[in-house]
Design a protein around this ligand. Structure first.
Ligand SMILES: [Cu+2]
Length: 230
């Protein structure tokens, strides 16, 4: 019996090693990759605001990134998610920082669970969320409180502000399935999406939401493109 168990363990270890180094056929859960490209045909909307509060940490100018358009008309800060692929992939610890009196990143995608809020500014901030599915949060985060953890357990696009610094604005997308946020070229990649028919949802803070159906194939990249309109 011991010998059989030993052989079984050796086989399990070998399989584990194959998965680890990514041999063909060892793709996690037989999933595929979705690569979404989001474009915007309008003009970027980035506002600059003079500030005179906590200037030693915040600087004297705040940049409000409403519509950020990069190379090739790519739209940044779009949340791309696959709501139907619930429970796939592994949960990652979601962290948002308050740095230079800005929420960093400006848009964060996470699965339902804990959101870690960091204060690396050494000044008082205040976490104020405008949520409806999740309980609304309105809590001071003094400079000595470097990290706070809050629960966001229901899928929702949550607006995040600070009552101390009126210009501070961030978004937390709590998505049931895997998600990613587009980069400055308007591209986001989601890996390990279960093969089969999936609906891809894109959401932007001022331009709204769109969906498209795609067919995901194991071990392959499925490309999908969106154009957001005003
Ligand atoms: Cu603040």
């Amino acid at each position: 019996m011991r010998k059989v168990l030993g052989a079984f363990t050796a086989l399990a270890l070998a399989l584990g090693a194959a998965a680890f180094i990514g041999l063909p056929g060892a793709t996690a859960q037989g999933g595929g990759t979705i690569e979404a490209e989001v474009k915007y045909n309008g003009t970027p909307q980035v506002e600059k605001l003079k500030i005179n509060k906590d200037t030693e940490k915040c600087g004297t100018e705040a940049v409000i990134e409403k519509v950020v358009v990069g190379g090739n008309k790519g739209l940044a800060y779009v949340v791309v998610s696959v709501p139907g692929a619930k429970g796939s992939g592994k949960a990652v610890k979601a962290t948002i920082d308050q740095h230079g009196c800005k929420f960093v990143p400006h848009v964060l995608a996470m699965n339902p669970g804990d959101l870690e809020l960091k204060n690396s500014d050494d000044i008082l901030h205040n976490i104020h969320t405008y949520s409806t599915a999740n309980p609304s949060i309105n809590k001071a985060q003094p400079k000595f409180k470097k990290i706070m953890t809050e629960k966001l357990e229901k899928p929702e696009y949550v607006k995040l502000t600070c009552d101390v610094h009126s210009w501070m604005l961030g978004w937390v997308a709590v998505t049931p399935g895997p998600a990613a946020v587009t980069d400055s070229n308007g591209v986001a990649k989601i890996e390990n999406v279960p093969a089969g028919k999936q609906t891809v949802e894109v959401w932007h803070e001022t331009l709204g939401k769109q969906t498209k159906d795609v067919e995901v194939k194991a071990g392959q990249t499925t490309k999908v493109s969106f154009e957001m309109k005003k």
